[in-house]
Design a protein around this ligand. Structure first.
Ligand SMILES: [Zn+2]
Length: 88
C-alpha cells in the first residue's frame, strides 16, 4: 500500500516570503510522490512526476522568492535536477 509523504504544518507570517506563497507550497507538497513510487504523482495518477500541477505550484512558489530546493525532499531532488545527488 502506498502512503503519502509525512507532512508538517508550520506557521509563518503572511507577509514573509513563504507566507505570500503558502498556497503554492501546500499545493506542490500535495503533489510530491512517495518514496516507493518516485515516478508517479499520488494525486495526478495519469501523469508522471513532476506533474503539471506540481510545476505550476513550483513556479508560483519561486516567484515569491522561495527556493524550490528548500521544499523538496532530498530523494526527489535528482528527479528535478539530474546533476544533483540525493545524498541518501
Ligand atoms: Zn500531481
Amino acid at each position: 500500500m502506498t502512503m503519502r509523504r509525512e507532512t508538517r504544518a508550520v506557521i509563518v507570517a503572511v507577509e514573509s516570503p513563504v507566507g505570500t506563497v503558502s498556497t503554492a507550497v501546500d499545493e506542490l507538497s500535495a503533489h510530491l510522490p512517495t518514496r516507493d513510487r518516485p515516478m508517479i504523482c499520488p494525486l495526478c495518477s495519469t501523469e508522471k512526476w513532476p506533474c503539471a500541477r506540481f510545476r505550476a505550484a513550483a513556479d508560483l512558489a519561486v516567484s515569491g522568492d522561495v527556493r524550490l530546493e528548500d521544499l523538496i525532499p532530498p530523494d526527489l531532488r535528482p528527479r528535478l535536477w539530474p546533476s544533483v545527488r540525493s545524498g541518501s
